[in-house]
Design a protein around this ligand. Structure first.
Ligand code: PXG
Length: 419
């Protein structure tokens, strides 16, 4: 596919199939999402086509699950070959893709053990269970009293326990009673963490950059300081790298920016190569070794198709040096965005190819601007109301980023999203 686009979004009046699909969805699906009005039918690399033939540059990448782009050839080949060989065994039996995957992922991230799951939220739940059991069996905390410290403006998923410690903006009040045992401190404030730790604290759960919270980059040294505090107080430092991991921020892990090796590392999204839900928790033997048969698991966790795809994803990250690529392209693209003269932009921030353009409150929120960008052939999504989140595949061509920068400039220079 040529990297320079020739067509952009078709005018609304001709988007008949789009309307039909959206009508079906409105009639038959729960309204737990409010997507942009585009119905994607095909994807390759950084580009997608909708059902009416319009073409868009994907600058969301399924919230970083498509770090390798759509249908990366190497990962697709492994996926198809494995699908024709063996897809599922359950963990009642071994499968021949599991061991090699476990070796590669633990060696890649310098951890002893891995526990594979499927979705990000499941991996976070796994980390929470790990911390509690470690607290009772290794740290010696009295049973049923363990406390886990989380950060304000966090996003870790949507299960009952996770929304129990999510900010109110995620509608926590409708899903009570909440799970006890969590305590929140302001993000970016290491002193607040130190002050909140008690004898009952077993873990500190943190996103190295907050994705959903608005692409919030903590002050330099924050992660290393928190890791030191956790070490001094015998508390597990648990990094949720589901969105920031696997090259996204210009390093293999976002924690690598501060040379921090988390006690518990949580991965998801891009680990599935954009094809399968694959997540994982990694830790030292002393930590993840607390699990006994029957304590935890998942029918699909560690299935051979997932392991084959995740192995190919990790190899692709390494062999294509995608973290370095994200660092280089992200730095250049952020500089281009910062040059845009627009009355609406308050701040451009981020790391690597995880970028947020925060708009002034008077700009009317990110959503209408994302719709305007869609009409120009760019797909991205607002987060935290006023922030346009930009997270293209790490494989994106430089010429595509230049093309996108022109369109961002054109749209954001307008007085209003519609002109
Ligand atoms: N941790 C972080 C940091 C995340 O960004 C999760 C955990 C949960 O992952 P799963 O695979 O359970 O969604 C995320 C997810 C959505 C949505 O549609 C999810 C995320 C970002 C934007 C939208 O639920 N991040």
């Amino acid at each position: 596919m040529p990297s320079t686009p020739t067509t952009s979004a078709a005018p609304a009046a001709t988007r008949t199939k789009t309307a039909e699909h959206i009508e079906l969805v409105d009639r038959h699906s729960a309204r737990n999402y409010a997507p942009l009005p585009v119905v994607i039918a095909r994807g390759e690399g950084s580009w997608v086509h909708d059902v009416d033939g319009a073409r868009y540059l994907d600058m969301l990448s399924a919230y970083s699950a498509l770090n390798f782009g759509h249908r990366h050839p190497r990962i697709t080949e492994v996926f198809v070959r494995q699908a024709q060989t063996l897809t599922l065994t359950s963990r009642a039996f071994h499968n021949d893709r599991f061991g090699p995957f476990c070796r590669l992922i633990t060696e890649t991230f310098g951890q002893d053990l891995v526990l594979p799951m499927n979705t990000g939220a499941e991996a976070v739940e796994t980390a929470l269970k790990t911390a509690r059991k470690w607290g009772y069996h290794v740290k010696g905390v009295a049973r049923d009293t363990a406390e886990i410290i989380v950060c304000g403006d966090n996003f870790h998923g949507r299960t009952i326990s996770i929304v129990s410690f999510s900010p109110d903006s995620f509608n926590q009040e409708d899903f009570g009673p909440v799970t006890p045992g969590f305590r929140s401190v302001p993000y970016g404030d290491a002193a607040a963490l130190a002050a909140a730790i008690t004898d009952r604290t077993v873990a500190f759960l943190v996103e190295p950059i907050q994705g959903e919270g608005g692409i919030n980059v903590p002050p330099p040294g924050y992660l290393a300081r928190c890791r030191d505090i956790c070490r001094e107080r015998n508390v597990l430092f648990m990094a949720d790298e589901i969105q920031t991991g696997l090259g996204r921020t210009g390093r293999r892990l976002c924690c690598d920016h501060e040379n921090v090796i988390p006690d518990v590392l949580i991965l998801g999204k891009a680990l599935g190569g954009g094809m399968m839900p694959v997540s994982a928790v990694l830790a030292r033997r002393e930590v993840l070794g607390v699990f006994q048969p029957g304590d935890h698991g998942s029918t699909f966790g560690g299935n051979p198709l997932a392991c084959a795809v995740a192995t190919a994803a990790l190899e692709t990250l390494r062999d294509e040096r995608l973290a370095e690529r994200a660092d280089r392209l992200g730095t250049a693209f952020m500089a281009q965005l910062r040059q845009i003269r627009s009355p609406h932009i308050r701040e451009v921030r981020g790391r690597g190819l995880l970028i947020g353009v925060e708009l002034h409150p008077e700009a009317g929120g990110g959503k209408p601007w994302c719709k305007a960008l869609m009409k120009e052939g760019i797909l991205c999504k607002e987060t935290s109301e006023h922030v346009i989140r930009i997270a293209p595949p790490l494989t994106i061509e430089e010429s595509d980023l230049d093309w996108a920068a022109e369109r961002f400039e054109r749209v954001l220079a307008r007085a209003t999203p519609t002109g």
